[in-house]
Design a binder for this molecule. Structure first.
Ligand code: SF4
Length: 347
């Protein structure tokens, strides 16, 4: 009897916050309602934070009833924990359903604030220097869980000038959901956050770099080089064995041509490992013809602030001398485990 009942148990309704506006328009048409109501629905959910699907502002009662039949609108998750660094960086920990923790970070600077969002709980890529990689992959996050991080960061920051998908996870291994989150956050009827102020960072998933190059998306691309020499890179970032850096750089070259855009290369310096003069020469040889800027990042071991990176300024000078635009990234939040490579979901 129980078995029979379970077989006929209704499937949970899909959450409306996982839908882009064009998807919602198609779903409304399927419910027999006008697709044009999607604009008011987006406005109500993302700007007015309305929580009752049956009575969204400026949405007719009949449409509300149809929404209730077709969708759920779960309360937006809030972070369980907030830690504040000595330098003002704020790290928040979410515990998404099914035991999927994920962190996001607000990075305040003098006159601007950025939010760093996670795309997955954990990560399957296994970069040896990264605390998230040490967790393995728990699961990919849904669009609503990514936008929940944005809302929490915005609440803490007051205003946000830029968004980076550089938190936990490899965004291009959860690209469908990350792309939906980008489309939802940038929708003119919702938060209307400019795509051009969003940066998606990858360790080099070539098929998605190619898809991005062919798409209308305006987001910026960042690629984590790790090391220019393939054996060393394979030891530090196992993804090298799937997508070798030389082929990644070819895909980036094509991306820059198609988009007429700059790319950002990120290079974490591991003292004595990838910061020798021969490494800067290899790096300049690898990317020197690409319209790019290189961000040099001092290594922060999981669990605490990094030690000295004595070669970082010399490495920068060597790249600049080779004609490569290069910046030193000021690392923030290392005392609360919020710096690059340190996110470990509260561990
Ligand atoms: S560096 Fe990025 S891709 Fe590598 S394990 Fe960490 S989160 Fe994953």
């Amino acid at each position: 009897m129980t078995e029979k009942k379970d077989q006929h148990a209704a499937a949970p309704l899909p959450d409306l916050r996982n839908y882009t506006r064009p998807e919602l328009e198609a779903a409304l048409a399927g419910l027999g309602e006008k697709p044009s109501h999607a604009a008011a629905i987006f406005n109500a959910v993302y700007k007015k934070h309305a929580a009752n699907l049956a009575a969204l502002p400026l949405v007719p009662v009949r449409v509300g009833a149809a929404l209730v039949r077709g969708f759920s609108l779960k309360p937006l998750e809030a972070p369980e924990l907030l830690r504040v660094s000595r330098d003002g960086t704020k790290k928040m920990l979410f515990n998404f359903s099914g035991g999927a923790p994920a962190e996001c970070v607000v990075l305040p600077a003098k006159d601007r604030q950025a939010a760093c969002l996670s795309s997955q709980s954990g990560c399957a890529c296994g970069c040896t220097f990264c605390a998230t990689g040490g967790l393995g992959l728990k699961r990919s996050l849904e669009p609503r869980e990514i936008t929940a991080q944005f809302e929490a960061c915005l609440k803490e920051a007051g205003t946000l000038n830029s968004l980076v998908f550089m938190g936990m996870g490899e965004p291009f291994l959860n690209w469908e959901n990350v792309k939906k989150a980008i489309l939802i956050l940038s929708d003119s009827k919702g938060r209307h956050f400019p795509q051009a102020k969003m940066t998606v960072s990858t360790v080099g998933v070539i098929p998605v770099i190619e898809e991005l190059a062919a798409s209308d998306l305006k987001v910026r691309l960042a690629v984590s080089v790790v090391a220019a020499e393939k054996e060393l890179r394979a030891r530090l970032a196992p993804m090298e064995k799937v997508y070798p850096i030389r082929r990644v750089v070819e895909a980036v070259r094509a991306y820059c041509r198609a988009k007429e855009a700059l790319v950002m290369f990120e290079y974490i310096l591991f003292p004595g490992v990838n910061d020798r003069p021969s490494d800067s020469a290899l790096l300049a040889g690898l990317i020197g013809d690409i319209p790019c800027r290189v961000n040099l990042i001092p290594y922060n071991p999981p669990g605490g602030p990094g030690g000295e990176t004595p070669r970082i300024k010399a490495f920068q000078r060597e790249l600049i001398a080779a004609g490569v635009r290069t910046y030193l990234r000021l690392e923030r939040g290392a005392d609360i485990g919020a710096a690059c490579g340190q996110l470990a979901a509260g561990n």
